[in-house]
Design a protein around this ligand. Structure first.
Ligand code: ARG
Length: 459
């Protein structure tokens, strides 16, 4: 039975029904819909808008519907949306009292409330998964404290760094994501219920009570905004998009670093796949798929922002499109964060290859220039001298490490014997002791701080 058929002479066309129905996807909200209805009925009873007996019948009936859906006895089908389904089922079971449940509410405030309750859990799950991901990254950073690797700019070797620095950089990104998720969750925790269709209600409802019962911080203060606001959906999609972007960058780095050409890390067999034709292949599919799914989540954000653009107040059916975008984004984000957290626990760092790479391609050139600058040579001149050294080395097939002290001295009188030690990649990395820098000591401090900041969220 449709909740609104009284006004209509003719039934809707079968195709129009199918087109309008949201039950196939909003059935996901059944728990939230029942919880919000129980709270609403309890409040109606307390405010004497319905009788005590009616309240009891409704809440008991709703709980029985809950139990039957949970046990699989009751299949969610045969209604326009989850709100109609639950109400129809209640009326089927308890009769007239059930018909009073919808007093002083509309599906417009109902769906907005259900959805906020649902997103609350989604925010929690995402925060939990992010915390696990950061923990995995911390494990790799910890092991990385003893090793070095090259850092890159323009995807060209730039400067040696403690390997932990690389993993910590990603922890910083995901910590910001965690912070964003918490901020968004806080903003989302405002209750639309009681906004009615758009303008509130003439019944003496107690919205603070319903908010309290449902764990919302407070009821929203404007009913028009209450039924039409989907900022919380956009925020999740944006937060999720940033998480995916960070994951995608991590994946891209891991894809590169696990190639034969780089060879810094090994992605374990358990998280790789082979080729049907090339027997030698071991492909980083988990990383590639995560990188690929990033576009899909961005797509949901774009869809939602576009949906809301120029949407007149208050509720419009366009808003029904919010759910599929959200549900899919949530699934993709959680799946990707979780698989990555798990995979990272098994990723092996290959210190020998990384150490060789950290010393090659003149990765230590900045340190040669800095060496001279610290002895009083203006940095610009030091840069030029070092550039000349590099150019000559390339011509001769020499390296900064193969050059003798005398050879260095022939370029500039400021070079002393210790230049030979200075240009060792490990020493270059360890010299970067600035706050937030790439020395093992700085990286260790960074790691400690990351763990502390994470603890603030995980308690
Ligand atoms: N299925 C609808 C949605 O998801 C519920 C609200 C319907 N309200 C209405 N006035 N048609 O948005």
């Amino acid at each position: 039975m449709k909740l609104w058929e009284g006004r209509f002479e003719n039934p809707t066309a079968a195709n129009a029904d199918g087109f309008n129905d949201s039950l196939p996807f909003d059935k996901k909200l059944w728990k939230e819909d029942i919880a919000a209805s129980v709270a609403h009925a309890t409040m109606l009873g307390k405010q004497k808008i319905i009788t005590e007996t009616e309240t009891e019948k409704i809440t008991d009936g709703l709980r029985a519907v809950y139990t039957d859906i949970e046990s699989g006895k009751l299949e969610i089908a045969g209604a326009e949306d989850i709100h109609s389904f639950v109400e129809n089922e209640l009326v089927k079971r308890i009769g007239d009292a059930g018909k009073k449940l919808h007093t002083a509410r509309s599906r417009n405030d109902q769906v907005a409330t259900d959805f906020r309750l649902y997103t609350r859990t989604a925010f929690e799950k995402t925060a939990h998964s992010l915390a696990r991901l950061i923990t995995s990254l911390c494990g790799l950073a910890e092991k990385g404290l003893d090793f070095i690797m090259p850092g890159y700019t323009h995807l060209r070797k730039a400067q040696p760094m403690c390997a932990g620095h690389f993993w910590n950089a990603y922890s910083e990104m995901f910590l910001r994501d965690l912070d964003r998720i918490h901020g968004s969750a806080e903003r989302a925790n405002v209750m639309p219920l009681g906004s009615g269709a758009l303008a509130g209600t003439s019944y003496p409802i107690d919205r603070s009570m319903t908010a309290r019962l449902l764990g919302f911080e407070k009821p929203c203060e404007n009913s028009l905004d209450g039924v039409s606001d989907r900022d919380f959906v956009c925020e999740y999609l944006f937060d999720g998009s940033l998480i995916m972007m960070h994951l995608s960058r991590l994946c891209e780095d891991m894809i590169l670093y696990s190639t034969e050409e780089f060879g810094f890390i090994e992605i374990p067999d358990e998280y790789s796949t082979g080729s049907s034709i090339m027997p030698q292949k071991k492909n980083p599919d988990v990383c590639e798929l995560t990188r690929g799914k990033t576009g899909r989540v961005y797509g949901h954000l774009t869809a939602m922002l576009t949906l809301l653009k120029a949407l007149p107040l208050a509720y419009d059916k366009d808003l029904q499109e919010d759910k599929e975008a959200f549900f899919d984004a949530e699934t993709q984000v959680l799946n990707c964060v979780n698989i990555m957290a798990e995979m990272l626990e098994h990723v092996a760092f290959k210190p020998e290859r990384a150490a060789v790479a950290a010393e090659s391609e003149f990765c230590c050139a900045t340190d040669v220039a800095d060496y001279l600058a610290k002895k009083g040579v203006p940095f610009r001149d030091a840069h030029a001298v070092t550039g000349k050294i590099v150019r000559d080395c390339i011509a001769k097939g020499a390296t900064l490490q193969s050059m003798t002290y005398e050879e260095y001295k022939s370029y500039d009188a400021h070079f002393d014997k210790d230049i030979v030690q200075t240009v060792k990649a490990k020493n270059c990395a360890d010299a970067r002791t600035s706050f937030g820098g790439a020395s093992a000591a700085s990286v260790k401090n960074n790691l400690q701080s990351i763990k502390q900041r994470l603890e603030k969220y995980t308690g």
